[in-house]
Structures are given as structure tokens and as C-alpha cells.
Design a protein around this ligand. Sequence first.
Ligand code: MTE
Length: 308
Amino acid sequence: MLIRRPPDIPTREITEESAYFGRREFLRAMGYGAGVVAASAAVPGALMACAPGQADPDDKLTPWEAVTGYNNYYEFGTAKDDPAKNAHTLKPRPWKVKVEGEVARAADYDLDDLLKPFTMQERVYRHRCVEAWSMVVPWFGFPLKDLIARLEPTSKTKFVEFTTLADTGQMPLIRRPILDWPYVEALRMDEAMHPLTLMVTGVYGKTLPNQNGAPLRLIIPWKYGFKGGKSIVRIRFLERQPRNTWNIAAPNEYGFYANVNPAVDHPRWSQKRERRIGELFRRETLPFNGYADQVASLYSGMDLRANF
Ligand code: MTE
């Protein structure tokens, strides 16, 4: 089946879905144990080096229909199928991103200018939501650390904050005070600079659908999905830890760190197990969502029960 061609992807960046899966099989056959599908955006089918710490190659990809039809994007409604039904009102181009705070290159950037220097990669990550469901998703993007390096934060920067779109014209439902809009998330600088932290512009080799956070979102695979703000319009470099939307909404349920931690129950449900979308039986939740080898050292010496 030929992949639908969104108007803003040049033809050369489009791959056939069969080729997409074929590449994954090829990598597996080549013995890429870390389980990577890494391909250049500009040269479809070209193989790049394996990036570390990605999902196991035996993790079955969650089908496109579930990745793009079972979503959390409260600006478009709170039911899982609301974003796919309602997010067509979002206009992902033209798109501006404001860079502010403790940073040398503070400015209002046109998104396409901001993205130009970066090579896109496909990375298959486990995606675990705090509501105890999970998916395996082939995201398409580039490491956040590369963007941060170009923006040149000052030595005072300790945190980076991401503010997402709140526009009643494109998001009529935000007239309802479900959350304290705009939706805001933040990372400590070492988390933001970790090579697994990804700025995402696509999924399954296609431009990111609106319901998944077009045109730009974050994915931090060892954290609950709520850390991954969608449709980012502002990046702010800060000396102090900011508050984040879910922490403001329910501080006893959602901490700043939001690391996937089966040992710490959510106040209303257990975090020990999860339902992988498409599977019959629940599976055990792994510490740091299975990425402990890569990221646990970021938190050494911290009480992860107090810093949940
Ligand atoms: N970003 C915005 N702007 N609004 C949201 O409601 N939901 C978060 C996160 N980013 C959310 C958001 C939550 S709770 C999750 S689990 C993930 O997006 C879901 O991402 P997905 O729908 O692509 O799986």
C-alpha cells in the first residue's frame, strides 16, 4: 500500500509501508540486537548506525490505526477517539516556535527553518502511558540535544520547558477548563540532553498526524507519555524547575519526573502491570520502561518515591 502523501513531505521522503517493514526485517536479519529501525529521511531505505537503547526487535509494532486512533490530546477532547475525530481543525503550517530564557539564540523561529539542520531518524520506542497501557511506536525525529546545542543555552540553565498550542480558533474545546491551558511540560537539562530524548515530527514514516501532536512533539521513552507535550510553540530555558500541567492539576498523582516506575503505585491504580494495546494478557511494567541501562544513572542518589 502506498503511503498517503501529505503536502509538506517531499516525494523523496516517502517510503512504501511494505518497504518500511522490510527494512525492519532486514535489520533483524543483520543482527541489530538493539532493535533499531534507523533510516535517513532524505534517502529512503538508507541504513544508518543503530542508535542505543531502542525497543527490542521482537516487540511488535502497534498498528498505525491504534497509534493514531487511541490518543490523549485533551485540547481535542478527553475520550481516546476524540483527538482523531476533532484534531482536523489544527493547522500545523505555518508554525512558529518561540525560544526564550537563558539561551543565546532566543528568537521566534519558523518551524521549517528551525528543523532544516537536522537529519531525521526513525526510532522504535516503547510508549507507556500512566493509565497503564502501552504501545510500540516507530517515531520519526531527531535528538532534542542537537537542537539544544544549536540554541546555546547559558550556563545558568537547569531546566527546559515546553509550552504547547492553546488557540481557541483551532481548539474550540479548550474553552472548557479541563486543564490549565496551555499544556506545559519540562525536563531537567540532563534528561533533555540524553540521546534517547527525541523531538518528533513523524510516525510510521509519515508526517505526524494532528492527533499525535503535529507538527512538533516530544518523546521521552523512559517516562510516562504525559511528559511528551504535543504541538510545541515555545521552548524556554530556565534556572528553576517550572511547574507542569498535570502536576498543577493533581500534584499528588503526577510528579515532575514521571519516570515509569512499577514500584510506585499511582494513587488510584497499580503501576506494576500494563496492557500493551493489541495484546490479550497484561505484561509486567519494567523500571524506566525498559530503558534503565541507559537512564537510571541520571537519578542515582534520588529517592524515586519522593520524586515520582
Ligand atoms: N500534549 C498536549 N498538548 N495535550 C495533551 O493532552 N497528553 C499527553 C501527551 N501530550 C497531551 C499531550 C499524554 S497524557 C499522553 S499519554 C501522550 O501525549 C499521548 O500521546 P499519543 O496520543 O501520541 O499516544
